[in-house]
Design a protein around this ligand. Sequence first.
Ligand SMILES: Cc1ncc(COP(=O)(O)O)c(C=O)c1O
Length: 439
Amino acid sequence: MKPLNVPGKETKELLERDHAVISPSYPRAYPFAMDHGKGSEVWDIDGNRFIDFASGIAVCSTGHSHPKVVESIKNQVDKFIHISSDFYHPVWVEFSEKIAATAPFKEPAKVFLGNSGTKAVEAAIKLARSHTGRQHFIGFFGAFHGRTMGSLAFTSSKTQYRENFSPMMSGVTHVPYPDAYRPILVQSEGEDYGEAVVRYIEEVVLARTVPPQETAAIMIEPILGEGGYVVPPAGFFPVLRRLCDKHGILLIDDEVQSGVVRTGKFWAIENWDVEPDIVCFAKGIASGMPLGGILARASVMDWPMGAHGTTYGGNPVSCSAGLATLELNEGGFMKNAAEVGEYTLDALSEIMTRHPSIGQVRGKGLMIGIEFVKDRETKIAATDLRDNIVERAFHNGLITLGGGKNCVRIAPPLNISQDLINEGLQMLEDAITSAEAEA
Ligand SMILES: Cc1ncc(COP(=O)(O)O)c(C=O)c1O
């Protein structure tokens, strides 16, 4: 495979202009400068074509510029673009009705809409405190919930996100994420690692430092996102739910990355048949238009008028794109995510047999993580190797993203074809082969 000559001339020039004017804080992955995209393929401004295994961090769920999404946006823009959440309009209500109908709990749901993942998490934090009248929260190490001052208090995937920003919002205690590949707690006989984590929460955290009767909520990503697509063991969510019920603690399910069909179910938590109290969503919900929010049990979303809001709540263009996205998901993309996801997991497991640097392949649907290690025995994280693989994949014509310390994330559009998966996996395996040879 002949590597692409990237970054090309146009990209290099753009990078110079970008660096002169755009905040240096954005964590750029590598020099890909987008010109246009179609489905699961994207082209840079030098004319190079790439297969997209990242979909704008799991956002372009229906592929780039799906005609139905484009049409819905155009139609709405012609009518009106904004009126603010101080008033009413039908697209907002229709979208909210449709997303409420997907709620992973039996009770009726109510919806709050904003325009990003972090705003969804902020809403969940405030609602949990408002509804319970309690102050404390439990979060998980390795999690990413956003970068504003409330969500940042939960984000713990890297200290880099917190450096220079303390003090954080108070009241958040972190516990180990149920990562059975890298356990740090001791399991009792007969329990899985997920059950061990919940036992730790109950016997250590809630017994020694965080009074359960003062704990508003436990917030968790059902599958770690930015932290490396870690999937909890089977026993975890049912016992976590029981613990919450025992103490009247709310379960906040942050599905900003894992939700809206990505795992082959509408909500990732449905993979464990457990009902949360509040669900956060964003990213894939509107195929790239800024839309995020929470849905909560109607009995929980009981805050009074004025308690929370945002100018852009229920933006009609985003809600229109959201409606088109939901329709496409129902019309076959969910099935595709489950089927092509399973195919991809199998193919990666086979690739793993040829590459000793792959310690684990895991995931659900089209949310798949590949963990790279120095050797399978010690499981020492191979961060440099992972970085090299991501870079080489880019040169081979494949867009991927790193996750955690040593993971590559696979999160293509949900309608990606098996042919493009095969082509992309070949590019990825070539990148792994050459990076291993160089290591
Ligand atoms: C699980 C999760 N929650 C919250 C966020 C924050 O979303 P945003 O970047 O839209 O603020 C992210 C972003 O990656 C995420 O993956």
